[in-house]
Write a protein of this length. Sequence first.
Length: 201
Amino acid sequence: MNFRLGEQAGLNAVRVSSDGLEGSPIDFRAQAIGGRPCCIALQTPRPSGRVAGQSGPVRVQVTDNRGNGIDNYTVQIRLLKGTGSLTKTAVATTGGGIATTFVNFDNTSGYRYVQVIADGLAGSPLTIPVYAQAEAAVSMQAVARTNNQGGTIKKALNFPLQVLFKDQYGNPSLGEGANFVITKGGGFLNGQASVVSFSTT
């Protein structure tokens, strides 16, 4: 009986049985091997981590033209822009065509850009943004241009009142909350006497 393997790499199996016969059923197995590597694609779209720590996995996959993962293909990885370092710079694919590295962050928040190169493959080179998140805030300060302003009675100030939150390394911290309360002279904050606001940038 001729058996043509399926389109996906991996195990193919056929069971042969005949009722009442000793030895029945029999399972035939065969491994389908993928074709030539053709493509590389990102598997983790938004890797990130905390400053002074390590990012989540920066993961890509090498496949053939049917989407089967290709193992034992070495990709080159470099830190294209930003500070820090990579745990690996040359990685052989495994586990279905997967290559993985991590970014070791220093104490500066913001984006790093990792480039993955697989010569001759569609999708190469890949440039991957990896974000280092600030730690929780340990200090706050007024944004200079928003303090000590002059303005017209019953009119809004030129610049909204702004406060900057910083972590222990001086990075801006997102998602921190503060209470704005009028303590003298009347007026309104966004139409109210007091407001709770959260840092967003």
